[in-house]
Design a protein around this ligand. Structure first.
Ligand SMILES: Cc1cc2nc3c(=O)[nH]c(=O)nc-3n(C[C@H](O)[C@H](O)[C@H](O)COP(=O)(O)OP(=O)(O)OC[C@H]3O[C@@H](n4cnc5c(N)ncnc54)[C@H](O)[C@@H]3O)c2cc1C
Length: 503
C-alpha cells in the first residue's frame, strides 16, 4: 500500500502532546512510521490538569509503564473519587466515588432497596455501602484485588499527578522509543492550494517540517486546527455557568487526602488536589458574578500553607471546536476544546480522542466518512459530559449568592431534562450511548443533591423491609471491618511508592 501514513507531526509538548506521542509510538512499532514532536521553548504549558480518572491508570499500564514508576516520577497520590462540599446546601457534603454502591439483589439495582426504605421513613446513607466511600472517609487507601469482584473490590482509582513532571516523564519514555523531539516554535503553516491539507510547518529557526498527518496539541490557541484551518467554534458550552479560573500551588499542610476536594464558593468552586510534595489549588468561577481580582483574593484567603508559585489566570474558550478532525489535522487536548475541570475529564478526553484516532487511523486518502464519524462520536461524548456537569449546578438548593440563584434557573438540554424526569419517576438511571459517566456516578449526584424519586422499582414492592435492612447491616459491617484493616493513604504511599525527592 503506497498511500499509508509515514510521517506524523505533533505540535505541542504539554500533557497532550506527550500522551499522543507515547500512544502513537506504540502504534508505530513495527511500521514504517516516524513521529516528530515540536515543542516551543517560548510558550509555556498550562501547567494545571492534575486530577485524573481511572482510565488514566489503564492508559499508562497499556504503554507498559509500571504503576509505582509513574507514581514516584510524578509525585502522585491516589484518588478514590471527588468530595463535594457545600454544593447542595452550605454545610452539606457528598462523595462521587469511582465505584458502584452495594450490588444488585435479585436482579434489582441496589439503590432501589435504599429508595424503598426511604419511602417508608428509613433513611440510609448510600455511601456506607460503597467501599471506596468508606475508605475515603477514613483517609485510607487500598488497591482493589482485580481478580475478585466482590462487594469490597468493586471500585477503581485514579491519580493526582504533577502535570509538568508527567510531561517530563513521557518525554524520556518517547525519546527512548524513537520519537524525534524538536525544540522550536511553529511560525507558519503551508496548506496545499488544491486540497487544503497541511503540507509543512515552518519553524522560527528556519527548519521546514513536512508530514502526512498533523496532530495539533498546541493548547487553547489551536495553532493548526484554528490558526491554519480555521474550523471555528460551536458556541454551545453556554450551558455551563463558569468561564474563568485562577490557580496557585501551595506547600502541603496536612497528609494528602485520597480524593480531590471540590468546594462550592460564592461564584463557582475551588479544587484542592494533593500531591506527595505540594497542593494544587484553583478557583473556577463565573466572571459575571465576581471579578478576577476578587476571585484571586478569595482563593488566596482559603488556601492553607505558603504559596509556592505565582497565581495564574485562565479564560475559557467560548465554545467547542466545530470539529476536532479536519482533513489531515487532528486536534487533541486544549486545542480540541475545553470543558471546565469539575469532574477532571480533560486528560480523559485526550485519551478517548486518541482511541478514536487509532480506531479510524487514516491513510493518505483521509476518508471523509471516517472523519465525520470521529467528529460525531466526539461531539456526542461532549453532549453527555455537559449534561453531567450541569447537574452539579442545576440541582443546588443554595440561594445565598446571586451565582447560585442563577444556577438554579439555568436552562438545561432536553437530554438532561429526560434523565432527571426518569429518575424522579421510579429511580431509574438513563444511559445514552457514549456516556463517560456510568450509573453509579449519576446516583452519586442524585443522592448528593437529595433528588428523591416518587416511587421505587415495583419488582421489590413485596419484599420485607426487615430482610433488606438485615442485608444492609451485614454489608455495612463487612465494609467497615475491611476498611479498618487498611493503611492510611500516606502509609500506603510510604510503603509502596514514595517519591524519592521533591522534584
Ligand atoms: C484551570 C484548568 C484546570 C484543569 N484541571 C484539570 C484536571 O484536574 N484534570 C484534567 O484531566 N484536566 C484538567 N484540565 C485540562 C488539562 O489541563 C489539559 O487537558 C492538559 O493540561 C493538556 O494541555 P495541553 O497539552 O493540551 O496544552 P498546553 O499545556 O497549553 O500545552 C501546549 C503546548 O503547545 C506548545 N505550543 C504552543 N504553540 C506552539 C507553537 N506555535 N509551536 C510549537 N509549540 C507550540 C507549547 O509550548 C506547549 O508545549 C484543566 C485545565 C484548566 C485550564
Amino acid at each position: 500500500m503506497t498511500d499509508e501514513i509515514k510521517k506524523i507531526v505533533i505540535v505541542g509538548g504539554g500533557t497532550t502532546g506527550w500522551m499522543a506521542a507515547a500512544s502513537l509510538s506504540r502504534y508505530a512499532q513495527g511500521k514504517d512510521l516516524t513521529i516528530t514532536l515540536i515543542e516551543s521553548p517560548d510558550i509555556n504549558t498550562v501547567g494545571v490538569g492534575e486530577a485524573t480518572i481511572p482510565n488514566f491508570v489503564d492508559f499508562n499500564r497499556q504503554l507498559g509503564i509500571a504503576d509505582a514508576d509513574l507514581i514516584k516520577a510524578t509525585q502522585a497520590t491516589f484518588k478514590l473519587g471527588i468530595e463535594f462540599e457545600d454544593w447542595y446546601q452550605k454545610g452539606s457534603r457528598f462523595f462521587h466515588p469511582f465505584a458502584a454502591y452495594g450490588a444488585p439483589l435479585e436482579n434489582v439495582e441496589f439503590h432501589q432497596y435504599i429508595n424503598k426504605l426511604k419511602t417508608q421513613g428509613v433513611t440510609q446513607d448510600i455511601e456506607d455501602y460503597c467501599f471506596a466511600c468508606v475508605l475515603a472517609k477514613k483517609g485510607a487507601f487500598a488497591a482493589p484485588n482485580e481478580q475478585s469482584r466482590n462487594s469490597i473490590n468493586h471500585y477503581a482509582y485514579a491519580y493526582h499527578i504533577d502535570a509538568v513532571l508527567y510531561a517530563r516523564f513521557l518525554t524520556q519514555f518517547c525519546k527512548e522509543r524513537g520519537v524525534c523531539h524538536i525544540l522550536s516554535t511553529v511560525s507558519q503553516v503551508t496548506l496545499n492550494a488544491q486540497s487544503g491539507m497541511i503540507e509543512s510547518l515552518k519553524l522560527n529557526d528556519g527548519q521546514i517540517i513536512d508530514g502526512d498527518l498533523f496532530i495539533d496539541c498546541s493548547g487553547f490557541k489551536g495553532v493548526l486546527i484554528e490558526g491554519a484551518m480555521g474550523v471555528g467554534l460551536e458556541e454551545d458550552t453556554h450551558w455551563l455557568p463558569c468561564d474563568s479560573a485562577v490557580a496557585v500551588q501551595t506547600e502541603l499542610q496536612d497528609t494528602p487526602t485520597p480524593y480531590t476536594r471540590a468546594i462550592a464558593k460564592e461564584a463557582g468552586w475551588q479544587w484542592c488536589i494533593p500531591l506527595q510534595h505540594r497542593m494544587g489549588n484553583g478557583y473556577i468561577y463565573s466572571s459575571k458574578f465576581i471579578s478576577d481580582e476578587q476571585a484571586k483574593e478569595s482563593l488566596l484567603n482559603s488556601v492553607k500553607g505558603r504559596t509556592i508559585t505565582e497565581v495564574k489566570h485562565f479564560k475559557f474558550p467560548k465554545g467547542r471546536r466545530k470539529v476536532i478532525w479536519h482533513k489531515n489535522c487532528f486536534a487533541l487536548g486544549l486545542a480540541a476544546g475545553f470543558l471546565e475541570p469539575l469532574e477532571s475529564l480533560g486528560i480523559s478526553l485526550i485519551q478517548t480522542a486518541l482511541a478514536k484516532l487509532l480506531t479510524f487511523f487514516p491513510d493518505k486518502s483521509f476518508n471523509q466518512a471516517d472523519i465525520n464519524e470521529v467528529n460525531r462520536l466526539h461531539n456526542s461524548e461532549l453532549d453527555c459530559i455537559i449534561d453531567f456537569l450541569l447537574v452539579h449546578y442545576k440541582l443546588t438548593q443554595r440561594d445565598d449568592t446571586a451565582f447560585w440563584r442563577h444556577c438554579q434557573q439555568l436552562p438545561i438540554p432536553q437530554s438532561l431534562a429526560h434523565k432527571l424526569a426518569v429518575y424522579q419517576s421510579q429511580g431509574h438511571v438513563v444511559q445514552y450511548a457514549n456516556e463517560s459517566f456510568q450509573q453509579a456516578s449519576w446516583l452519586a449526584m442524585f443522592y448528593g443533591f437529595n433528588l428523591q424519586p416518587e416511587r421505587f422499582d415495583a419488582r421489590i414492592k413485596g419484599l420485607d423491609n426487615h430482610l433488606i435492612e438485615k442485608n444492609l447491616v451485614q454489608l455495612k459491617a463487612k465494609l467497615a471491618t475491611a476498611a479498618s484493616q487498611c493503611l492510611s493513604h500516606q502509609a500506603f504511599i510510604n510503603q509502596h511508592c514514595k517519591a524519592l525527592s521533591d522534584v
